[in-house]
Design a protein around this ligand. Structure first.
Ligand SMILES: Cc1cc2nc3c(=O)[nH]c(=O)nc-3n(C[C@H](O)[C@H](O)[C@H](O)COP(=O)(O)OP(=O)(O)OC[C@H]3O[C@@H](n4cnc5c(N)ncnc54)[C@H](O)[C@@H]3O)c2cc1C
Length: 500
């Protein structure tokens, strides 16, 4: 066993934090699951009848859907939740679960895209969200390893010092105290306090325990269509129909295009995460403002490291990205990796989420720009306030029907990216192989037993060409993020159909 100690010292306004990364070779026995996924969420089993009528239907049981149900639990209306798979098995199960208002240089970006008032309003929404999460956990004594930490924003590139300083100045202007970080490993950085981390699935498990007392949850029910009928909606699913007066779409990427037009206003960002035990515990998280995003948090004595974010339409050899993220991890921490996974989030073109009323009692909450723990919570509060006719000061900020210059310009840039993704989607590798029969392209993947799995390469959602993900043996849509197994069965939306 080779053992080497690396010492990094950080001087945080006079107090010195030393941390030690002990280099123990444990053998590369990696799990493709996230570090959270061993926690199983307990749901009261409920089979769906062929027809259900309810006042409020929530589609999707990730943090967004469950938090919305939490705020609706005492309302005098029938509420039900459905999920196409298991509760908590979506994007939330693969997050890094920082609960933070320090989100790269978001406040400078929002000041540029909108104005300083919008940026400050967004800061307030994140601070409110953090307080809401804290009060939910404390009131209900949810055991989810909720921990107060400092958050550090840093750069290791001279060119980005100005960017970092601008963000710091804005926060200070709004009376958020910052502390300079002096470290051998960081060119420049500062920290803020009042931020947290938790175990996302333990948190969801806690929410389910509370809401499942009087709200039914149906797993393995996939909503495929929403139709307006007089004063209610008819929701078609794989198991029957649901009639609901009010519908909250909390399924991450909405499966319908009109009226939200989400594909035109957003893009998908993928990021790679690696984790391993370091046998030490630290009280802070880190994130940078550089082109290659580096994000670090600790969970118990594990380090969780995210890197190599990219638009899904670019860098479409996902295995190469995975390999790069693992190499980065090993070069930085000299440790073998225990958990390695990837995750993707919806990024809005103007950097604000889309949360609220779309039309006639139809609500959505999405596009959290990789900050979905806080945004889903403030989003749930906003939607429930709208449903119950209460005032909410973030109604206009997150208005899902807004149109502005950034949304339009970036939607043109986004379309160019999609067009680029089309012709490059077919990677010339030996496995899978590609054939064209009567003008239709197919991909044929040969498994380790020599069995061939043939699928059409057209994504049912918006007809993009699928790309083979050599790391996880899946067919992925580079445009909107749908994912399918080697036989074409849907794993992740927005598509609600399998491929042929
Ligand atoms: C690498 C990475 C790291 C991140 N780290 C952080 C972080 O540190 N802090 C932070 O704040 N945010 C972070 N995020 C963002 C955050 O994790 C997500 O924004 C958030 O978890 C999304 O939650 P959700 O409930 O909207 O989606 P999900 O968790 O995906 O839940 C949606 C649910 O809807 C279900 N569903 C989908 N379609 C249908 C359908 N048609 N019918 C029925 N059910 C359906 C799915 O099965 C799923 O269970 C990160 C994102 C990434 C990619």
């Amino acid at each position: 066993m080779c053992r080497k100690i690396k010492r990094i010292s950080i001087i945080l306004q006079g107090s010195i934090i030393f941390y030690f990364l002990s280099h123990t070779n444990t053998g590369d026995n990696m799990s493709n699951k996230s570090i959270w996924e061993d926690v199983k969420i307990k749901v009261k089993k409920k089979n769906m009848e062929s027809e259900i009528t309810t006042d409020i239907l929530i589609i999707g049981c990730g943090i967004t859907g469950l938090t919305t149900a939490y705020f609706l639990k005492d309302i005098d209306k029938k509420v039900i939740l459905i999920d196409k798979g298991k509760v908590g098995s979506g994007i939330t199960s693969k997050t890094t679960a920082k609960i933070s208002y320090l989100q790269e240089n978001i406040y400078t970006t929002l000041t540029n895209n909108f104005n300083i008032f919008t940026a400050k309003n967004y800061l307030d929404s994140q601070l409110d969200a953090i307080n809401l999460i804290k009060s939910i956990i404390e009131k209900n004594k949810i055991e989810c390893d909720f921990k107060k930490v400092d958050s550090i924003l840093f750069t290791n590139e001279k060119i980005n010092i100005d960017k970092l300083n601008k963000e710091k100045e804005l926060l200070e202007k709004w009376n958020i105290p910052t502390k300079d970080i002096i470290s051998n490993d960081i060119l420049k950085g500062f920290s803020v306090s009042g931020t947290y981390t938790f175990h996302p699935l333990k948190y969801l498990n806690g929410l389910v325990k509370i809401i499942n007392k009087n709200i039914d949850i149906y797993e393995n029910v996939i909503a495929t269509n929403i139709l307006k009928e007089k004063d209610s909606y008819k929701i078609e699913t794989n198991n029957g129909v649901i009639y609901a007066k009010t519908v909250v779409v909390a399924c991450h990427y909405p499966f319908f295009i009109i009226p939200t037009m989400i594909p035109l206003k957003t893009y998908i960002q993928r990021e790679y995460v690696n984790a391993t035990k370091i046998n030490n515990k630290y009280n802070y998280t880190l994130i940078n403002v550089d082109n290659n995003l580096l994000s670090i948090r600790y969970y118990k004595d594990y380090i969780i490291f995210g890197s190599n974010k990219h638009r899904l339409t670019s860098k479409i050899d996902y295995k190469e990205n995975y390999d790069k993220s693992r190499n980065d991890f090993k070069n930085l921490f000299h440790k073998n990796i225990e958990f390695t996974w990837m995750n993707q989030d919806i990024m809005s073109n103007d950097n604000l989420p889309f949360i609220g009323l779309v039309k006639d009692n139809l609500y959505i909450s999405t596009a959290y720009n990789a900050w979905g723990i806080s945004n889903s919570t403030i989003g749930a509060r906003l939607i429930v306030d709208l449903i119950t006719n209460k005032e909410n000061k973030y109604k206009e900020l997150f208005n899902p029907n807004r149109i502005n210059k950034s949304l339009i310009i970036d939607s043109i840039i986004g379309s160019l990216h999609y067009m680029k993704a089309y012709p490059t989607a077919l990677l010339k590798k030996n496995n899978p192989t590609y054939v064209e029969i009567e003008g239709i392209k197919y991909g044929i993947f040969t498994d380790s037993l020599g069995k061939k799995h043939k699928v059409s390469l057209i994504c049912p959602h918006m007809k993009c060409n699928l790309v083979f993900n050599r790391e996880e043996n899946t067919w992925d849509c580079p445009c909107h993020g749908s994912r399918f197994d080697i036989d074409g069965n849907i794993i992740l939306g927005p598509s609600v159909k399998d491929i042929k």
